[in-house]
Design a protein around this ligand. Structure first.
Ligand code: ADP
Length: 192
């Protein structure tokens, strides 16, 4: 079963196999998370976008390139619907999350980091975006083991945590997951 891990921070710094980019149809860079990914990845990301996607990508679809200079190995670019421009079909948004996982399976990525696709300049209501992200990630059959949802600011991060908690999916932080080591005089190394 896939683990969904909330993270507050910058997606370009995630040490995962693949980071997801909220791209646009042209796939030649842009603002927000797209700009951050192209800056952090360097020119190799744009070169690969041009070579592999000469005509860009359709809304709701996803495709991969190198991650260039980022710690991740791949970028999975996906094009979210532009709520502000009237693209309000939720199936397009859930398609982005699902197609990204399908592309991850194609390339063998087992750890992946998602931004909140469409929840920035494109204006998708954030709480609904978070619900779409979590529910689609859970429902999509995939070999991905860990999906991070990376929120750029504290408020979005707390909303992601709340949504996970409401579904019984919020894991305690790693240091609280460790079993307490109780000294029993037992030297076999087992704990009770
Ligand atoms: P869209 O055009 O799909 O709405 P944006 O890039 O404008 O994409 O915003 C998508 C989400 O990504 C927003 O919640 C925004 O706050 C967030 N975001 C922007 N930069 C970063 C970053 N470097 N790392 C993670 N999330 C980011």
């Amino acid at each position: 079963m896939i683990r969904i891990v909330p993270v507050k921070g910058d997606i370009t710094r995630q040490h995962v196999d693949a980071v997801v980019n909220a791209a646009n149809n042209r796939m030649r860079g842009g603002g927000g998370v797209d700009g951050a990914i192209h800056r952090a990845g360097g020119p190799a990301v744009l070169q690969d976008c041009i070579a592999r996607f000469p005509h860009g990508l359709a809304t709701g679809d996803a495709g991969w390139t190198t991650a260039g200079d980022m710690p991740a190995r791949w970028v999975i670019h996906t094009v979210g619907p532009n709520w502000n421009a009237g693209q309000r079909d939720r199936a397009l948004l859930t398609s982005c999350y699902r197609r990204s996982l399908e592309v991850a399976d194609e390339i063998g990525a087992t750890t992946i980091a998602f931004p909140l696709i469409s929840a920035g300049v494109y204006g998708w209501p954030r709480m609904d975006d978070i619900a779409a992200a979590i529910d689609t990630i859970r429902e999509t059959p995939t070999r991905v083991r860990e999906a991070r949802i990376v929120a750029f600011d504290e408020r979005a991060y707390l909303e992601v945590c709340d949504a996970l908690k409401g579904r019984g999916l919020l894991e305690p932080p790693a240091n609280e997951r460790l079993q307490p080591r109780v000294s029993t005089g037992n030297t076999s190394g087992t704990t009770r």
